[in-house]
Design a protein around this ligand. Sequence first.
Ligand SMILES: Cc1cc2nc3c(=O)[nH]c(=O)nc-3n(C[C@H](O)[C@H](O)[C@H](O)COP(=O)(O)OP(=O)(O)OC[C@H]3O[C@@H](n4cnc5c(N)ncnc54)[C@H](O)[C@@H]3O)c2cc1C
Ligand SMILES: *[C@@H]1O[C@H](CO)[C@@H](O)[C@H](O)[C@H]1NC(C)=O
Ligand SMILES: *[C@@H]1O[C@H](CO)[C@@H](O)[C@H](O)[C@H]1NC(C)=O
Ligand SMILES: *[C@@H]1O[C@H](CO)[C@@H](O)[C@H](O)[C@H]1NC(C)=O
Length: 620
Amino acid sequence: MICQDQPAPSMVFDVVIVGAGPAGLMAAVWMAQLNIKTLVIEMKSCRTLTGHADGLESRTLEILDSFGLAGIIWKESNRTMEVCLWHHDSRGDLCRDSVSPNCNPGLSRFQEVTLGQGRIEERLLEFIDKSPNVQIKWKTSPQELLIHQDLVDLHREHAVELRLDTDSVVRTKYLIGCDGAHSWVRKQLGLSLEGKSAGNGDWGVLDCIPTTDFPDIRKRCIIKSQAGNVMIIPREDNLVRFYVQLPARCATRFRRDRRPSVLLSILGDALKPYYLVTSHVEWCTIYTVGQRLCRDFSVQDRVFLSGDAVHTHSPKAGQGMNVSMQDTYNLGWKLASVLRGVATSAILRTYQEERLPVAERLIRFDRRMCLGICSGSDHASADRENLADFRDETTGLEETLSEENTTASGLSVTYPPNLLVTATRIPPSQPDKHGVLYCSTPHLAKNIVIGRRLPDVLVLCQSNSQPWYLQERLPSTGQWHLLVFGGDISKASQLQRVEALARQLTRPNSILAPLCMPGATTTVGSVAVYLIHSASRFDVQLMNLPPIFRPYDDRRGREYRRVFADNEGFAPGCGMAYSLYGIAPEGCVVLLRPDQHCSLVVPLEDADTLERFFSLFVPV
Ligand SMILES: Cc1cc2nc3c(=O)[nH]c(=O)nc-3n(C[C@H](O)[C@H](O)[C@H](O)COP(=O)(O)OP(=O)(O)OC[C@H]3O[C@@H](n4cnc5c(N)ncnc54)[C@H](O)[C@@H]3O)c2cc1C
Ligand SMILES: *[C@@H]1O[C@H](CO)[C@@H](O)[C@H](O)[C@H]1NC(C)=O
Ligand SMILES: *[C@@H]1O[C@H](CO)[C@@H](O)[C@H](O)[C@H]1NC(C)=O
Ligand SMILES: *[C@@H]1O[C@H](CO)[C@@H](O)[C@H](O)[C@H]1NC(C)=O
């Protein structure tokens, strides 16, 4: 046997991901998309087959769609359009309190869907398998983690070393711990989850194909009942996911023998007078996760933690997979940008600055959701006879549910000012500790929130009048997106302002010029420039516009999908972009990051602020 001081080159990676759950796979999807040499280590022998989490929020679907992955998931899944609240009244009859829409039409082109975690993992794995750069090692766990302190500030070096249970040693520049609630990586870093258990007992989880006369079995339901509180989540293939609150003695029994009959008998009582039987139980488990949070999402910007490794909560908020995938969606392009040398490692600290507040909000939300669902359940039924009290509790729950429409669905997550998000008020004259130095002019686009993902609208492609959701033209390629809202460019004065901006963006010696040029060696970190005008498309000639809006490449020819008209036609809802975004007739420039979150809004004349914004993190 040959002893090696240096690991063999095949054991050197840019990124190592521990854990192939939703968080780890989303990180791997980024790395596959951007050709980053990556190793994924997973202790299980294959993907999740049954059970676990059960659905996706609309923002998660938007993210998957930006990699071309939403279509098939959208087709295979079921929608949960409505949510019903039921309760047992004082005579013991089950009554429906309310039916409300479970989505907020217009916020996204997607709605919440339900589909088993395994089916979603399968799609992500197919995508990753196509990449020669990402390797997955199943049945493998790490044994030892070492950060070489002498190399830690040199981001070109492979400062992190991992010994695997196969006894091989791998070196990597960055490590992402996506290894779930009992995270080994987190423990190696000496970090822990803080918080307490939800304090409202254990929940049984059951996936089965039910036969029942309960009328809302294909809707999302919350049932408050003396027998125990129940949540119903309809799923693919006629499956239904039931969450059943377990009294202590049932929990003990169920934990011991895992017999689904324990859950089925509580369910039967809770649904009375309706009947429920099943001939197929696919999966069941007991779930007692408390609300816990780790306040350190990274160590020395070399090792990062994501998903359940840094935040756990009850399944009632139904957010685990969503927030976990969104964690690594936030991190992936940043790591790739640093690895490709198009951004300094300073941007990596924005991962924690942006995702810790999201986790904190998730935990507060989950706590309220638990209170709303479980309130009263442990009290004698006499308490509940006080109908007024009960209504109050239900109102609280309804408010919490309506929050899920927006905040919790991930659509309104807003990142605070930092190195990659400009301030909206007068900024400091020196970069503050978050790197904030520049300020947007938010009143130019009243309804675009700096730091938030851009709301979606339909626009018409100037070259062929095809309607597009704007977001579909902003795929996750590691590129930034510069949207020029040029206004009515059929007016000479407005066209001149757009032309002047184009000259500014391409002037020699600017940082932006090489980033905006077509044919850059890497798309990661470059800037794609789009024009969205409000003139009639019949009064605009594509070929008369500045070349930056119609880039040409010898091999691929012209890019025809960079200019859009905010005109009516061919699909309901077209021609609303300027009004929905609240853009003034003078127009503006909106810069979106590679994850579609808005960094900056400035006037057409202010290419300077744009330039200086990039100069804070683009290496010269
Ligand atoms: C048994 C179970 C039941 C669940 N039920 C529900 C539910 O009913 N509803 C709901 O909303 N959510 C449920 N969840 C939670 C949901 O699955 C998570 O919130 C979501 O998957 C978070 O994704 P993640 O990638 O952060 O973590 P996980 O999905 O936990 O993925 C972590 C991965 O890391 C791997 N791993 C762990 N340690 C190591 C190691 N040392 N070396 C290598 N690999 C390692 C694991 O095998 C796993 O594949 C459940 C989770 C579990 C584990
Ligand atoms: C749910 O989705 C599955 C898979 O596409 C489909 O077979 C089933 O009919 C759907 N159920 C409903 C009620 O739409
Ligand atoms: C994602 O959100 C949806 C909608 O709230 C929920 O049904 C689903 O369980 C969540 N996914 C996970 C894995 O928690
Ligand atoms: C979600 O939003 C829609 C539209 O705003 C609203 O009608 C509905 O009541 C909300 N749903 C819940 C559960 O609050």
